[in-house]
Design a protein around this ligand. Structure first.
Ligand code: SF4
Ligand code: SF4
Length: 354
């Protein structure tokens, strides 16, 4: 019997999930809350929304990079000051039922927080986290993972992968962490059919065919960056409200602000999510703002997703989850904006060469 893949029916999957919840780990999964699906720590397996399609309103990134957190705290006692590090994770956590696009978003956060100068708070949580992804059997209208190099059954950042097949789930081990999470639970599970690999490939093709957006060529990263001064950014961003919903729901956005909460006796240095589409994001104390225009701010967001990738990275930071497309109150579609910006920049270049 293959010890690295099984097929589970709904009852077996939820029984395993219940065992995980009862164990030593915190299990975080999509749950329905006031009509919206969001990631929450589970109290019971029945709470989990494990569907073959659809995604949570927010990505699970807040369980590795919280919306706000203290970096250190301090208190005064007479002339002495005591500095306290923030708490490290006491329990390991499992992110369960994460869509492949959101797992790819975690891989982008890893590149940001774990390369160069490692962020110790993120690193501690990441080390304590096991990711169980759930592939998609259908694309939502806003999805475009395949246009940016992803897949509805992508394996990036997954320790275990669930793939919806025949009304049940194929479960595959993809890392040592994943193997450890399965442990002895697999004793009663069935081996997958011999053709499961071909069926996963067929599912991938079927879902990819539902995604209407054209692939974004990798070469556009250079085109977009070369068009930094293009006047088209102002036109393309004309309707942006600067609300930053796009950045807050994005699985790969990582910007934060620092602030200090204190009184006469104690205080905390905190960081909180922030966004480049906010006017004050780059506002200097002098009053000068180097990104004073809407076009300049929106350009920053687009380039950070499609052009400003670190040396040696061969992929975009946008993972095509489509949340910003679905939730932008002004109707801006980043995949269409990228296409329009690249076309305008190339046209301007052609005009200049004539
Ligand atoms: S969600 Fe839309 S309107 Fe709001 S900042 Fe993003 S692009 Fe602009
Ligand atoms: S830029 Fe938009 S589509 Fe791309 S990963 Fe972020 S939220 Fe998803």
């Amino acid at each position: 019997m293959d010890r690295t893949a099984w097929v589970l029916n709904e009852t077996e999957l939820r029984a395993w999930l219940q065992d995980l919840i009862a164990g030593e780990r915190t299990v975080v999964a999509p749950v329905a809350e006031d009509g919206v699906v969001v990631y929450r720590p589970l109290a019971a397996a029945g709470q989990a929304v494990l569907e073959p399609r659809g995604k949570a309103r927010w990505s699970p990134k807040e369980f590795l990079f919280p919306r706000t957190e203290a970096l250190y705290s301090y208190s005064f006692k007479g002339d002495a000051v005591a500095i306290t590090d923030p708490p490290r994770p006491e329990r390991p956590q499992v992110l369960f039922g994460v869509r492949s696009c959101d797992a790819a978003g975690l891989a982008r956060l890893d590149e940001i927080f774990l390369s160069g100068r490692t962020d110790p708070l993120y690193a501690a949580r990441r080390e304590a986290t096991t990711v169980v992804t759930a592939g998609c059997a259908a694309a939502d209208p806003e999805c475009f993972c395949t246009a940016v190099g992803g897949s509805p059954v992508g394996e990036e950042a997954a320790d275990l992968q669930l793939v919806p097949l025949d009304g049940g789930w194929l479960l595959r081990v993809l890392s040592g962490k994943g193997e450890a999470l399965v442990g002895e639970a697999a004793a009663g599970w069935s081996a997958p059919p011999a053709e499961s690999g071909e069926r996963v490939a067929a599912l991938e093709r079927e879902v990819a065919a539902q995604i209407g957006r054209n692939p974004v060529p990798q070469e556009w990263a250079k085109v977009l960056e070369g068009g930094f001064a293009s006047p088209s950014w102002d036109r393309l961003a004309a309707h942006c409200l600067g609300c930053s919903i796009c950045a807050y729901v994005c699985p790969s956005c990582s910007c934060f602000d620092m602030n200090h909460e204190a009184n006469a006796w104690c205080g905390e240095q905190c960081r909180s999510w922030d966004a480049c589409t906010f006017v004050p994001f780059t506002l200097h104390a002098s009053g000068h703002n180097p990104r004073a225009t809407r076009g300049g701010r929106y350009r920053q967001r687009v380039l950070h997703k499609f052009a400003f990738t670190a040396e040696g990275e061969a992929h975009f930071r946008c993972v095509g989850c489509g949340r910003c497309v679905a939730l932008c109150p002004a109707g801006l579609d980043i995949s269409q904006i990228v296409t329009a910006a690249a076309a305008a920049i190339q046209e301007e270049g052609a005009d200049a060469a004539r």
